[in-house]
Write a protein that binds this ligand. Sequence first.
Ligand SMILES: [Zn+2]
Length: 543
Amino acid sequence: MPPEATRLPSNRELAEAFQSIADYMSLDGESSYRILAYEKAADLFGGHPVSVAEMASRGELRDLPGVGQAIEAKVLEYIATGEIALLESLRERYPEGLLTVMHLPGMGPKKTRLVWEAAGIGDIRGLERACREGRIRHIPGMGEKTEAKLLQAIEAWTIRRAGGGEIRRLHSAVEPQAARLVAALRTVPGVFAADYAGSLRRLRATVRDIDLVVAAEEPAAVMDAFETLAEVDRVDERGDTKLAAKTHTGLGVDLRIVRPESYGNLLQHFTGSADHNVALRGHAQRLGYKISEYHVEELATGRLVTCATEAEAYETVGLRYIPPELREDQGEIEAAEAGTLPDLVDLGDLRGDLHVHSDWTDGRATLEQMALGARARGLDYLCFADHSQSLAMTGGLNPERLLDQIEAIRDLDDRVEGIRLLAGIEVDILSDGRLDLPDEALAGLDFVTASIHSGFGQPRAKIMHRLTSAMRNPYVRSIGHPSGRLLGRREPYDVDLDELTRVAVETGTYLEINGSPDRLDLTAQAARHAAAAGATLVVSSDA
Ligand SMILES: [Zn+2]
């Protein structure tokens, strides 16, 4: 039988099928409980590191949380027939392009059905035409503003798609998968060292694929072992010392293997960034060296220096070891030469957390669970910062509930040893610049973070008016996630970083580095800029 016929569907494929079922069902007005079951299955399959189809064939699928008989049956049906009857019947009812329309910001299932039924719009280009021709404004509940917003959303969608479909994923989604692959490679006989490289190793906020580098004498044996790993869906290309593959989650993996004595050169080269490597080559050249992924060459003599570690590679060209996080051509080479590289903050340096949410609003854990969790992680203090009242969907706190919460926190602080618990809030900065709670309510708190959660599209002057008004409030100590970006989902609002920093310094307001994986806000560059200008930064989890 040809390999295609026996190939099991990848996790990605299964996730897409189940997500489509969920999407069509929501178009269909199906109950949210059923939709959720398919959505959960799609998330679960899409993020599962080993083959879901193989698990299903072995009868192990229902060991996964939330997978019941109905989901299992559909996976088996897909494996056996290449389709799912339920999905096919849903597909017959709606044009496929409607799903893209439904996912546009501001659309959703109800409006999508409405434009389809009222105006016969079945795909994104149809919607675009209708907006331009002013036909959407006649549909009940929509207006000229809707048309303008939709056109913007369609433009953004078009630009994203023109990006070649290169999906960048959150670092936090990719790192565990890469770590599994590295751990597996390190157990392969004959492997001296294995690491992931690239933007993942440089701790960039988002990454596109996984670069793996391995030190071994016999590349073929390493590649043979790699091909059999449970995480690997398929191998696209294989050469003598490199291989390209895809994981079950649809991530591209490039594996490169080098002899142990050159491992430092290879790891350095494939960790990048490209800009760092260009600057490094320039630096090396000025000293009479040429640096590459194989070795460092002394140009005058032709002598080749191979480096087993990265530190040796940097040392050969007169530099201290530069941590991967700093390799972005932001002055790190000059600093390494002068011996003025900064000490990086690591987890052990964090003494407390000033921004966490509990189940009093949109958090999942109780105050006590959060407190014990923080203590177990070695923090000295923890400040609760639940949402304020205007964020109604999170159950935001009004002054009365805030008083209750303060009491609960004081009480807990008396009972729990080994960590100091503080009462705070993440008070919303309203669209006119006022705060969502009166000063009297804020006065009783230990620490107040103020954040923007609405009106992201306002012009710069308005945004800055809101931020600076908040910073001038005597009770506000910190600005939460100062740019408002959500990686892959929302651009930052129009903030003037210079002014933000200036007023922060003037008022003594801290600026937050929000550690939520989809925020990472301030960005590294903005944080550096703010710190250089004299602002104090707080590192928070927003957990
Ligand atoms: Zn927030």
